[in-house]
Design a protein around this ligand. Structure first.
Ligand SMILES: Cc1cc2nc3c(=O)[nH]c(=O)nc-3n(C[C@H](O)[C@H](O)[C@H](O)COP(=O)(O)O)c2cc1C
Length: 228
């Protein structure tokens, strides 16, 4: 099997002690994301520091997973933008359960979130859409994400048509937001930080929700260590 050819790596990360963990997880999650972003330009061994694997389940309870870019992380959880008619959008409409993971193998670190998806408000969607390059804004119109297309040419023709309809004027509002374009926030009920260490004796610290409150509210969380 091809996977057997991958070299076995003994993870030599810094680990994670209880002392380094605040009573609520937001501060340390943000610090880990900031370190990964720093490494993108310093060591250059984290090419996409905000790549977020997002898991959903469909109406039959069958799981699905794909990678998106985390565009925000606030006191409720991570957020990303996508097409709401996509497979993930339809799955979330049927069942809002969502899990997500940020994984930085070169840093021997990962963060896991579990919770429920909420649609982002239209004002956030508009502000983010307008911040994207013109080509990406046009591309959003040309792609009914996750739905079958006969061939690549169909997508490229649609792109050319929308590019003509919404020419680049240099202004952020030259392309309207497509109706089926939006975003989701995973409102977290559980957050785990994983730090890889030697002999597979990794550190795992979990924050479990025990009451209402944000990821920065100590009263909302119970912290525990899990066996690796
Ligand atoms: C590194 C990376 C970043 C991506 N970022 C996004 C994103 O921010 N939004 C998005 O809709 N798809 C993104 N994609 C594509 C998704 O992985 C996926 O193909 C798409 O969202 C359709 O997923 P679905 O059919 O499960 O809905 C990204 C893929 C990769 C590999």
């Amino acid at each position: 099997m091809v996977a057997e050819r991958a070299a076995r790596v003994d993870y030599a990360g810094e680990g994670l002690s209880e002392d380094a963990c605040p009573p609520a997880p937001l501060e340390i999650v943000r610090a880990w994301v900031a370190s990964a972003i720093e490494r993108q330009s310093a060591e250059r061994d984290v090419p996409e520091p905000t790549a977020l694997s997002v898991a959903t389940v469909d109406a039959d309870g069958v799981p699905d997973v794909r990678t998106v870019l985390m565009r925000d992380l606030d006191t409720r959880g991570p957020a990303f933008y996508t097409n709401t008619g996509s497979a993930k959008g339809q799955q979330v409409a049927a069942n809002p359960a969502m899990a997500a993971a940020l994984t930085w193998p070169s840093m021997y670190r990962a963060v896991r979130f579990r919770g429920t998806a909420e649609l982002l408000p239209p004002e956030d969607v508009l502000a983010y859409f307008r911040s994207r390059p013109w080509g990406s804004r046009v591309g959003a119109h040309a792609s009914a994400q996750s739905r079958p297309v006969p061939d690549r040419e169909t997508v490229e023709t649609a792109y050319r048509e929308f590019a003509e309809r919404y020419p680049d004027t240099g202004s952020a509002d030259d392309v309207p937001v497509p109706e089926d374009w939006g975003g989701y926030r995973l409102v977290a009920d559980r957050v785990e930080l994983w730090a890889g260490r030697r002999s597979r004796l990794h550190d795992r610290i979990v924050w479990e929700r025990v009451g209402p409150g944000g990821l920065d509210d100590p009263a909302a969380w119970r912290r525990l260590r899990l066996a690796p």
